[in-house]
Design a protein around this ligand. Structure first.
Ligand SMILES: [Zn+2]
Length: 160
């Protein structure tokens, strides 16, 4: 008999997030305009720009109506960030999840999770950060930034 497969890091991240998404204080759905404002405010902070922007770091928020997933990616040639949100996936936590993908440039590894937690702490507050970090711990998510080479800039510095 085949043994059930152990959940991988991505499954664990989704499982952990699910516990936070539906807490009433974080469940509020946002309009696309509200997301654009939220993102614009983030990109205007020196905190964000000094950590995550190398060039002009323009950001484009796309209407993902009809899409089944939210998407966050960075075009590393231009440093442009593209974020896409289907109508049913417009919550602050999801916005920061996708932004963390664009900022960390990868999947759901420790680097991504560390970046995600930093963004949540800074832009949703300490309670949300503690809740998400706690759920990461319960689900066995690796959320510490992996060791990085000495030329690595502050993007790789663990906050916690
Ligand atoms: Zn993701």
């Amino acid at each position: 008999m085949k043994s059930p497969q152990a959940p991988d890091q991505t499954d664990r991240v989704y499982e952990a997030e699910d516990w936070v998404f539906w807490l009433p204080q974080y469940a509020e759905q946002m309009s696309l305009d509200a997301i654009k404002e939220f993102i614009a405010d983030i990109f205007q902070t020196r905190w964000f720009r000094s950590r995550f922007c190398r060039g002009t770091c323009r950001v484009f928020v796309h209407d993902g109506r009809g899409a089944r997933r939210a998407i966050g990616k960075c075009d590393f040639d231009t440093d442009d960030v593209h974020l896409t949100f289907p109508r049913c996936l417009r919550q602050k936590l999801i916005v920061l999840h996708e932004l963390a993908h664009a900022a960390s440039g990868g999947g759901h590894d420790g680097w991504f999770c560390s970046t995600y937690l930093k963004l949540v702490r800074r832009f949703m507050g300490r309670d949300a950060w503690e809740e998400l970090r706690w759920q990461f711990q319960l689900a066995g998510v690796k959320y510490r930034c992996p060791p990085c080479p000495s030329e690595c800039d502050e993007i790789g510095t663990p906050l916690i």
